[in-house]
Design a protein around this ligand. Structure first.
Ligand code: ADP
Ligand code: MG
Length: 460
C-alpha cells in the first residue's frame, strides 16, 4: 500500500521466510513456486497478502506450503501474523475503495469487477436481447426491478460479461456503491477459510456490507451443503434489504443438481433470463466489434473471411474471439494478407481438433443407440422413433441417459438425436432412469453391462 503503510517490515519478514524455504525445498520447486513472489502486497486484518501470478500457484501453496510458511512467520514474529496468497483478480484494493477511480489503468475495480466487461461492448442480438435489456433495467434500478436476476446459458455465451456489466454500470453511476463479484468456487473457498480460522467478521464484512452481490456459476455450489446454508442466510440478509443479487448458471434453477430447494426456489422469485447461441449474423457482428477494439493494426477484414471464422465457431463466443486473435496474430507474424487461404491455414489446427472430437462423439452417440437397441432386441429406428410401447420406451430412456451422463451435451441436442424430441422430454427421461437405478437392481445391472459394451466399442 504505497504511501501510507510502510511495507518494509513485512517485506523483510517475507524475505526471511523465502530464504528458509529456499533451504528447505528443492531448487526446482523454489524457482517454480516462490521465486516470482518477491514482494508483499499489503497488510490487512492480521494477514500479509502476497500476490501470486495464477490460481495454479495459489492452490499449490495453499495445499502444500501454507502451514510451513505460517509456522516460520510465527517463529520470526511475536504477533500472530499469517500470510494470505491471492491472485490479482481477488484483490479488493483498499486504496481504490478510498479513492475508487484513482488508477484507471487497473484491470479490476473494487469488488473484483473486470473493467472490460461493459454494456457498451456487449453485442446484442436475438440470442441475448431479453437478457441484455433486463440486465440494463436491473443496473439502472438495483434492487427494484427483479431480484434476484438469474441468468443462465451454456459456457462462453456472455453470462459473466453481462453480470459484470451490471456491476460496472452501477459503479459508474455511483462510485460509493459496494459491489461484490464472486465465482461460486471463490465463495466456497472463503467459507471454508472462515470455518478454519473463525474469521466470521472478515467474511461478513466482505459479503454483507455491500449493495450488490454478483455470484457467478452457482452450479459449482452443487453438493457443498454447508456453503449453501451460509449462502442461504446471506441471500436472505441481502434480499430483505432490497440489495440487488445477480446469479449466473449453466442451467435453469429448477434443473440445478444437489442444490437445496429452498435456495433454488429463492432464485425463482426474481426474474430468470437465458442467453442462447448467437446466429451467424450476430457472430459476425461480434467479430467486427472485437476487431474495432482490438489493439491491432488490422481493422479491415474481407467479409468472406469474417464469415468463414463466424461459421466455423458456432457455439462459444470465447472460442470465436480466440479464433480471431489467432488469425490476426498468425497473419501478422507471417506477414500474410488476410485472405481466405491464410485464415484457413491459421485456423487449421483448431478446426482439426474440433472436427475430430465432433465426429468421434457423433459416432459414439450412434454406437450407444445401436448397442442399447441390440441389448433389448429392437431396431435403432424403433429406438429413436415415435412408438410408445413399453419395450421401446425403456431402451430409449436408457440411451438418452447414457449419452447425457457420458458426454454431458445439452438436452436439446440429445433430443435431436432422438427424432427431434424436446429438451424437457429428454430431461425427464434422464431423471427417471437416474432414480430408477437407485431402486431397481436389475436395471442397474443391465445398465452396467451396457456400459461395459459401450466402453469397449467407443473410441476417444
Ligand atoms: P460465460 O460466462 O457465459 O461462460 P463470458 O461472459 O465469459 O461467457 O464470455 C466469453 C467471452 O465472450 C468474453 O470474452 C466476453 O466478453 C465475450 N462475449 C460474450 N458475449 C458477448 C457479446 N454479446 N458481445 C461481445 N462479447 C461477448
Ligand atoms: Mg462465466
Amino acid at each position: 500500500m504505497k504511501g501510507y503503510i510502510n511495507m518494509n517490515e513485512y517485506d523483510q519478514l517475507w524475505q526471511k521466510i523465502l530464504n528458509d524455504l529456499e533451504n528447505i525445498f528443492s531448487e526446482e520447486l523454489f524457482v517454480d513456486v516462490f521465486e516470482p513472489l518477491k514482494k508483499t502486497h499489503k497488510f490487512s486484518n492480521g494477514q500479509i497478502y502476497v500476490v501470486v501470478p495464477n490460481e495454479f500457484i495459489k492452490n499449490r501453496i495453499n495445499k502444500f506450503y501454507i502451514n510451513k510458511i505460517n509456522e516460520l512467520a510465527e517463529k520470526y514474529n511475536k504477533d500472530k501474523i499469517h500470510f494470505k496468497f491471492v491472485t490479482e483478480s481477488e484483490l479488493i484494493p483498499e486504496e481504490t475503495l478510498i479513492s475508487p477511480e484513482r488508477n484507471l489503468n487497473l484491470k479490476y475495480r473494487p469488488g473484483n469487477l473486470n473493467r472490460s466487461y461493459t454494456f457498451d461492448n456487449f453485442v446484442v442480438g436475438k440470442s441475448n436481447n431479453f437478457a441484455f435489456r433486463m440486465a440494463m433495467k436491473v443496473a439502472d434500478q438495483p434492487g427494484m426491478v427483479a431480484n434476484p436476476l438469474y441468468i443462465f446459458g451454456d459456457v462462453g455465451l456472455g453470462k459473466t460479461h453481462l453480470m459484470q456489466a451490471i456491476g460496472n454500470y452501477i459503479l459508474d453511476n455511483d462510485i460509493h456503491k459496494k459491489i461484490m463479484y464472486v465465482k461460486a468456487d471463490g465463495f466456497i473457498e472463503d467459507f471454508a477459510n472462515l470455518l478454519r480460522k473463525e474469521k466470521m467478521d472478515d467474511f461478513n464484512q466482505k459479503y454483507r456490507d455491500i449493495d450488490v452481490l454478483l455470484v457467478d456459476d452457482i452450479q459449482i455450489m452443487g453438493g457443498a451443503t454447508k456453503t449453501q446454508m451460509e449462502f442461504f442466510k446471506l441471500f436472505d440478509f441481502l434480499y430483505h434489504q432490497n440489495k440487488q443479487i445477480v446469479i449466473t448458471s449453466d442451467k435453469p434453477a429448477s434443473e440445478l443438481k444437489n442444490i437445496m430447494s429452498r435456495l433454488t426456489s429463492r432464485f425463482e422469485v426474481g426474474l430468470t433470463v437465458d442467453i442462447q447461441v448467437p446466429d451467424l449474423e450476430h457472430r459476425i457482428e461480434i467479430l467486427k466489434r472485437k476487431l474495432a477494439t482490438e489493439s491491432s493494426d488490422i481493422h479491415d477484414i474481407p467479409n468472406n473471411v469474417l464469415e468463414f471464422i463466424a461459421s466455423s465457431f458456432v457455439t462459444n463466443i470465447r472460442e470465436l474471439e480466440g479464433a480471431l486473435k489467432r488469425v490476426l496474430f498468425y497473419c501478422l507474424a507471417n506477414n500474410l494478407d488476410l485472405s481466405l487461404e491464410s485464415v484457413n491455414e491459421a485456423l487449421e489446427p483448431l478446426l482439426k481438433t474440433k472436427r475430430k472430437s465432433n465426429s468421434l462423439n457423433e459416432n459414439n452417440y450412434d454406437k450407444i443407440q445401436s448397442i442399447v437397441s441390440d441389448f433389448y432386441g429392437i431396431t435403432v429406428d424403433d429406438l429413436i422413433g415415435k412408438k410408445r410401447h413399453l419395450k421401446y420406451i425403456l431402451p430409449r430412456h436408457i440411451s438418452m441417459y447414457l449419452i447425457k451422463s457420458k458426454y454431458n451435451i445439452p438436452y436439446k441436442t440429445i433430443g435431436m438425436l432422438f427424432g427431434g424430441r424436446d429438451h424437457s422430454t429428454v430431461l425427464a427421461a434422464c431423471e427417471k432412469i437416474e432414480n430408477e437405478i437407485k431402486q431397481d437392481s436389475s436395471l442397474k445391472l443391465a445398465i452396467e453391462t451396457i456400459n461395459k459394451k459401450i466402453d469397449h466399442f467407443t473410441q476417444n
